[in-house]
Ligand binder design. Structure first.
Ligand SMILES: [Zn+2]
Ligand SMILES: [Zn+2]
Length: 336
């Protein structure tokens, strides 16, 4: 398929979409109800519905009843861990296999013209990006995700935190389900800003940014401290009256959803004529420029706090101006 219909490459071969990225129009002022209506399907499809389905499957088929989860025993904990591993392997692995191993659509729609190099690099565990990324995912990422999941589900079963049933509180739970993606974004933005402070960046978050040219396996390739903070999004369900299914959904948005920003391609081709958008562009720009797009672009946090990059030349100019101003400030401080 011809990717120049949707975007173009610069002189260095980097591809970007013609259309700049846009936060959800529900935050626009004055309100734009028609734009909101047009945007609405993209809120649900494909990702939020997909994670709600995976969460429902886990809740229904994998998670035992509260009489079991009220006891901390290895059986159900390991079962949950194994299923989380398998889901990550299937989802991240499918993108990696299709786009990076088989290279089924070549470089079409790929932002970075290069594929991640498979040469030794001392920045990575065992010297290889993919090995390092997979190790960090399965030895630290999924265990910490599962630990948060177990903690919250156990607390719910014990009655330490309020949990409510869909039959009794349908409006509350549906409202909460719709709110969770926004909460995820707020929590991710706050954690992400925090770990970009110099000390935490050096010791914690630089691990994630080692994958300068990320692939799907980079999604959960983080330092354990970052995993601990990143998955603490589940703590919301220790505060608000919630439901086990929604706690699992929240962790699937974070755990499985991490892949969305690391696909590296703007669209996935389905046959000759169709290419579906991935929503990867905003976080791709974060990996490219580091100090832009701390959130994923659903809620305009970066626009509100001056770090938004939508891929346009104007955003590029604003970013360079910001860098210049900071450099001048640092030089003045050093000089004075
Ligand atoms: Zn990333
Ligand atoms: Zn970062």
């Amino acid at each position: 398929m011809d990717d120049t219909l949707y975007g173009s490459r610069d002189r260095r071969g980097h591809w970007k979409p013609h259309e700049p990225a846009r936060p959800a129009p529900i935050f626009d002022w004055p309100p734009r109800p028609l734009a909101v209506l047009r945007w609405l399907p993209s809120y649900f499809l494909p990702w939020n519905v997909f994670f709600l389905i995976t969460a429902a499957l886990v809740w229904y088929f994998v998670l035992p009843g509260p009489e079991v989860t009220a006891r901390l025993e290895w059986g159900w904990v390991l079962q949950l861990f194994l299923v989380n591993c398998l889901m990550v392997l299937a989802l991240f692995g499918a993108f990696e296999l299709h786009l990076y191993v088989r290279r089924a659509q070549g470089r079409r729609f790929k932002y970075n013209p290069e594929f991640p190099a498979d040469r030794r690099n001392p920045a990575f565990l065992l010297g290889r990006q993919n090995l390092d990324n997979a190790l960090r995912t399965f030895a630290s990422g999924v265990p910490i995700w599962t630990a948060w999941e177990v903690f919250v589900l156990h607390a719910m079963a014990k009655g330490w935190v309020p949990s409510v049933s869909l039959a009794d509180h349908p409006v509350h739970l549906i409202g909460l389900a719709l709110f969770l993606r926004f909460f995820h974004e707020a929590h991710f933005y706050a954690v992400h800003r925090l770990i970009h402070t110099p000390f935490l960046y050096r010791w914690v978050h630089s691990v994630h940014h080692n994958s300068v040219n990320p692939s799907p396996w980079s999604s959960l390739s983080m330092h354990p401290v970052e995993h601990l903070l990143y998955f603490s999004t589940a703590a919301l369900h220790l505060i608000l009256p919630s439901h086990p299914l929604l706690a699992i959904y929240q962790l699937h948005i974070a755990g499985l959803g991490a892949v969305v920003g690391h696909i590296g391609f703007d669209r996935i081709e389905l046959g000759e004529k169709k290419a579906v958008p991935t929503e990867a562009f905003v976080h791709y720009l974060h990996h490219k420029y580091f100090e832009v797009n701390y959130a994923d672009g659903l809620v305009p946090f970066d626009r509100w706090f001056g770090t938004w990059h939508d891929g346009s030349p104007e955003a590029e100019a604003r970013m360079l101006e910001r860098y210049r101003a900071r450099k001048a400030k640092l030089a003045a401080r050093a000089g004075g």
